[in-house]
Design a protein around this ligand. Structure first.
Ligand SMILES: [Zn+2]
Length: 465
């Protein structure tokens, strides 16, 4: 069996991955807070862990992997939207409006991530469906002396776990207090203590608990859901490296203290962040966009996925328009090469070897290029699919359909020949701009005219030219 090597944040080394049980390899990934459309950076962990999920299924069998990714649907921004809608006259209780907003956002999320070729995880728990389990876990933490109730809140007592708190991110409690922007509150015994439960006002959704009507803190959600669905010890926990502290540190503290008989997660994987054209994506820089925005502009989901896979997950990834154009050209070539071909019985071993080396997706793509240049279409197809590329249901964008591109190219060539005689280039200019508007790249040389479908090519726009 193929040995997968993964870089474990916890040990800071690349290790051979040995699952607790090869019959059921278990992975938990922190999912989105569902208050709005996913931006491009939100999509990176989805694609990274989708590749890992596909690789695990390839090595251990599709029925022997359990992938859980949650939805955080307890959040002040969701509440704010629901409250605004209620004030604007929307019908229903606040709880119903909160649920409506979450349902809407989850629908968008699954659609957009599906467009990137991400398989749906086996389980997609919503935090609001696990409140009793969170309350039970918090009660257990209080009983064991790891948490305390104060003024309607319940807090995790970091001092009860001081030796191990901070081990994942490599910080000590004292360092954290010195350098952190911790929320100072009079009811905290230690400023680093974090919220497990907090009170809800009448304007906020809340659940009855031994500490009054309230709602859970964010960190306890993942601890409770991963325990419920994967048990006290499981194989892989993933997420963006922006979650390492405090979220993952707090998950570890909660889970290990609530279930000291277990190990919680053995291997921790963190992906680096995404930039756009060399800059951090931000609303103030005007380079902030969602996955939906890109899809709307005609950038195919498969192209976005390809660009993501070109960068190793532990390196910052830079989204550029140039990369997207090149990815589109490559995928069009590969799709043309593999059209009507049956995939080989198995993926090329070199592709699996690259992926097994801590998800070297860039190396795997290099191997795909090699298969393409060798003309091994069947091998290319089978191997690309392990990476979630060249799937039949993702290929509509590359289909030029009934568009007669060579006919249009001939027409432009004729118009140019005529214009050389008449010195009137207006028809040439008209055709050129119509083709560019349809998303075609117009290449004119003395040898002839070539029309190449580019980003956002739309065959319908050629009608009536
Ligand atoms: Zn989490």
């Amino acid at each position: 069996m193929t040995t997968i090597k993964l870089h474990n944040t916890r040990t800071r080394t690349k290790e051979d991955f040995v699952p607790i049980s090869a019959d059921n390899v278990r992975m938990y990934v922190c999912g989105p807070t569902v208050y709005d459309r996913a931006h491009l950076g939100n999509a990176r962990p989805v694609v990274v862990f989708d590749v890992l999920y596909r690789l695990l299924r390839h090595v251990y069998g599709a029925d022997h992997v359990t992938y859980v990714r949650n939805f955080t649907d307890v959040d002040d921004k969701i509440n704010a939207t629901a409250l605004a809608r209620q004030k604007a006259g929307a019908e229903g209780t606040l709880e119903q409006l909160v649920q409506e907003r979450s349902d809407e956002t989850i629908g968008w999320y699954l659609h957009d991530m599906g467009a990137l070729g991400a398989l749906e995880p086996n389980e997609m728990p919503r935090a609001t469906e696990y409140i009793p389990q969170m309350i039970a876990m918090i009660e257990g933490l209080i009983e064991k002396g790891h948490a305390y109730a104060a003024e309607g809140h319940v807090l995790f007592a970091v001092d009860s776990w001081k030796e191990r708190y901070g081990a994942l991110s490599g910080r000590s409690v004292d360092d954290m207090i010195a350098g952190a922007r911790v929320e100072v509150a009079p009811y905290k015994k230690n400023p680093m203590d974090f919220v497990l439960w907090k009170p809800s006002s009448d304007e906020l959704p809340g659940w009855d608990s031994p500490w009054g009507r309230g709602r859970p803190g964010w960190h306890i959600e993942c601890s409770a859901m991963s325990y419920e669905l994967l048990g006290e010890s499981f194989d892989i926990h993933g997420g963006g490296n922006d979650l390492m502290f405090p979220h993952h540190e707090n998950e570890i503290a909660q889970s290990c203290c609530a279930h000291p008989e277990g190990e919680f997660a053995r291997v921790w994987l963190h992906n680096e962040m995404l930039q756009v054209e060399g800059k951090k994506m931000s609303k103030s820089l005007g380079n902030f966009f969602t996955v939906h925005d890109l899809l709307d502009q005609g950038v195919p989901g498969e192209v976005i996925r390809f660009v993501f896979l070109q960068t190793h997950y532990r390196k910052p990834m830079d989204w550029t328009e140039k990369k997207a154009r090149e990815a589109e050209a490559t995928l069009r070539k590969w799709r043309a090469l593999t059209a009507g071909i049956e995939p080989a019985a198995s993926a090329a071993p070199s592709v699996i070897t690259a992926l097994s080396d801590d998800l070297n997706t860039a190396g795997a793509l290099t191997e795909l290029h090699r298969l393409a240049s060798d003309g091994d279409a069947a091998g290319l197809l089978a191997s690309a699919r392990v990476l979630g590329l060249l799937e039949p249901e993702m290929g509509d964008w590359a289909d030029t359909g009934s568009a007669d591109l060579s006919g249009h190219a001939a027409r432009l060539a004729d118009a140019r020949a005529e214009a050389m005689q008449s010195k009137d280039f207006s028809e040439v200019d008209r055709l050129k701009s119509a083709y560019v508007a349809a998303g075609l790249e117009v290449r004119m040389s003395k040898d002839g005219v070539e029309l190449v479908p580019g980003a956002g090519f739309d065959a319908a726009k050629l009608e009536g030219v």
